[in-house]
Design a protein around this ligand. Structure first.
Ligand SMILES: Cc1cc2nc3c(=O)[nH]c(=O)nc-3n(C[C@H](O)[C@H](O)[C@H](O)COP(=O)(O)O)c2cc1C
Length: 326
């Protein structure tokens, strides 16, 4: 499939995950087979006010490409200005967030609040498309709530205003992240537009990725929570789609080696203090399902230094070696 002139191979993309899918995670996900990544949502207002924190979210590594940065906001002119500023970081595309459900964003008219005002959303897409010379993509939900499932109308408006691809998360704003996910609305969007449609919501395995492809006809699937501590999911999805065969889960040694690499990158990009604090959640995701995970999770929460992580990894590997001896 193509986003503008960018040819993307199959089979799965990494979803934007604020506070999680930063440069380190995006780089690791690319290495393990994610064909496309999208940066953490960034405030267009923050950028236009010169916020350093907002600008930092736009930083990209060459190893991540192809990749998009994501902007949110409710004012077409501010979004256009922010998109121009974002070009300095040389993203391959600009993604617009019309899906964020959190009150801090949606309560201020941004993110999923735009689903209640498709006309304004259309003007935002048009303003951003006119401001930049790279593809502009849009990510949104099934609708605001079950009484307003307007994703199809919304998709058509975004397409008409120049969006090059659409990502649909099959949930409403009021659902936040609660089940069930509505893949049928993704199918209906796919049938209604001619730009590529990226399907999103509850892909946690090669089998669920295949089911999403089959049930919706989408052009690409996007994985969010299922990739946390689990970058292998991208290669496992690709292999399963191509061969119908399930690759084994990674060994404990491989898991821990990638965790170590991930945290090393995190510390490199954010400094050791912040990196190790953020390592706490990532390490608890990487050890999920391993022997002793519940007990080790407490230790993850107390990580302070790379040496603490080394010690934790040694203990986790020892516990998995002893598996079966109890
Ligand atoms: C911690 C977290 C952060 C998220 N941040 C963003 C974001 O910055 N931009 C966005 O469009 N969606 C964001 N999302 C939504 C995800 O991209 C995705 O649409 C949603 O999690 C459903 O996909 P999944 O079931 O594969 O996780 C976030 C979700 C989570 C759980």
């Amino acid at each position: 499939m193509k986003i503008g002139n960018i040819e993307l191979p199959k089979y799965a993309a990494l979803a934007p995950l604020a506070g999680v899918a930063d440069r380190a995670m995006r780089e690791i996900s690319r290495e393990y087979g994610a064909v496309w990544t999208v940066g953490e949502m960034t405030s267009s207002k923050g950028l236009s006010y010169g916020s350093k924190k907002s600008a930092e979210l736009l930083e990209i590594n060459e190893a991540e490409r192809p990749t998009a940065v994501q902007l949110f906001g409710s004012e077409p002119e501010v979004m256009a200005e922010a998109a121009k500023m974002a070009l300095e970081y040389k993203p391959d595309a600009i993604d617009i967030n019309f899906g964020c459900p959190v009150p801090k964003i949606a309560g201020n008219g941004g993110g999923s609040a735009l689903m209640k005002d498709p006309e304004l959303a259309g003007r935002i897409v048009r303003a951003v498309v006119d401001a930049v010379d790279i593809p502009v993509t849009v990510k949104f939900r099934a609708g605001w709530d079950n009484e307003h499932l307007n994703a199809v109308e919304f998709a058509c408006i975004c397409e008409a205003n120049g969006a090059s691809a659409l990502t649909v998360h099959g949930r409403t704003r009021t659902q936040m992240y609660a089940p069930p996910v509505n893949w049928d609305i993704i199918r209906r969007v796919k049938e209604a537009v001619s730009v590529p449609v990226i399907g999103n919501g509850d892909v946690v395995s090669p089998e669920s990725a295949k089911a999403l492809y089959e049930q919706t006809g989408c052009d690409l699937v996007m994985v969010g929570r299922g990739a946390m501590g689990n970058p292998w999911i991208f290669k496992r999805i690709a292999h399963y789609m191509e061969t119908g065969e399930l690759l084994p889960e990674p060994t404990p040694e491989e898991r821990m080696a990638v965790l170590k690499k991930h945290i090393k990158l995190l510390c490199q990009y954010k400094g050791e203090y912040t990196g190790m604090r953020e390592a706490r959640k990532h390490s608890s995701w990487y050890i999920k399902g391993m022997r002793g995970a519940a007990e080790f999770r407490r230790e993850c929460g107390a990580l302070e230094t790379p040496e603490d992580l080394e010690n934790l990894i040694d203990k986790v590997l020892l516990a998995s070696e002893n598996e079966g001896e109890f």
